[in-house]
Design a protein around this ligand. Structure first.
Ligand code: SF4
Length: 197
């Protein structure tokens, strides 16, 4: 595995990565790249959606708007604060069932880990925010969103705080106790962000 010395150098290769296509998976975009290379907060989602894949920028669609509303950050603040990454970086296409987007396979997730590992090594974030169940499972080893949202973890010297996925497809937030978990998690994130500022 190549050992990158800078985020910019890593992105030159990441931008043209086709590992999953070469392994036979039907990707529907090129990799989505995080703007910036000096943020000390790292956001880790599941996979880009169709809008992100077209724009090649993270969190451009409706879920991104919801996420920024939760965090009380406008677009400029959001992208300046968080280096936005995800378990896989290319739009995986629609699920065969027709309901939502395809979840990247374990092999795709494993292929894409090289980018996450390089980013965490180079950025050395002080705050890591996982978004959605898959990202929390991959990075923190937790079993479910219900178990981890509202809890503060430690990850290689960083504070790690899981959020649920802001997609409207999830009914998780319909339960009042889960909305309380979200409020708790956002409070934890904003506390750490205040120390970074
Ligand atoms: S999902 Fe990740 S590993 Fe797969 S082609 Fe895209 S950038 Fe490469």
């Amino acid at each position: 595995m190549k050992r990158y010395r800078t985020i910019a150098g890593m992105k030159r290769d990441q931008r043209v990565c086709r590992l999953c296509s070469e392994a036979g998976y039907p990707l529907e975009s090129w990799p989505v790249l995080a703007p910036g290379d000096t943020q000390r907060a790292y956001m880790f989602g599941q996979a880009p959606g169709i809008v992100e894949g077209e724009e090649r920028l993270p969190w451009r669609g409706r879920a991104g708007k919801t996420l920024r509303r939760w965090l009380e950050l406008d677009e400029d603040e959001f992208y300046a604060t968080f280096y936005c990454a995800s378990v896989t970086r290319c739009y995986p296409g629609r699920a065969p069932s027709g309901r939502g987007d395809r979840t990247p396979t374990p092999e795709e997730q494993a292929l894409c880990e090289r980018w996450r590992d390089a980013e965490l090594r180079l950025l050395r974030p002080l705050l890591v925010v996982t978004v959605g169940g898959l990202a929390a499972r991959r990075l923190l080893g937790v079993k479910s969103v219900t178990e981890c949202v509202g809890v503060r973890y430690e990850l290689d010297g960083a504070v790690a705080v899981p959020l649920p996925h802001p997609s409207g497809a999830s009914s998780w937030l319909n339960l009042p106790e889960n909305r309380a978990r979200l409020t708790q998690a956002v409070g934890l994130i904003r506390d750490v962000l205040a120390t970074l500022a």
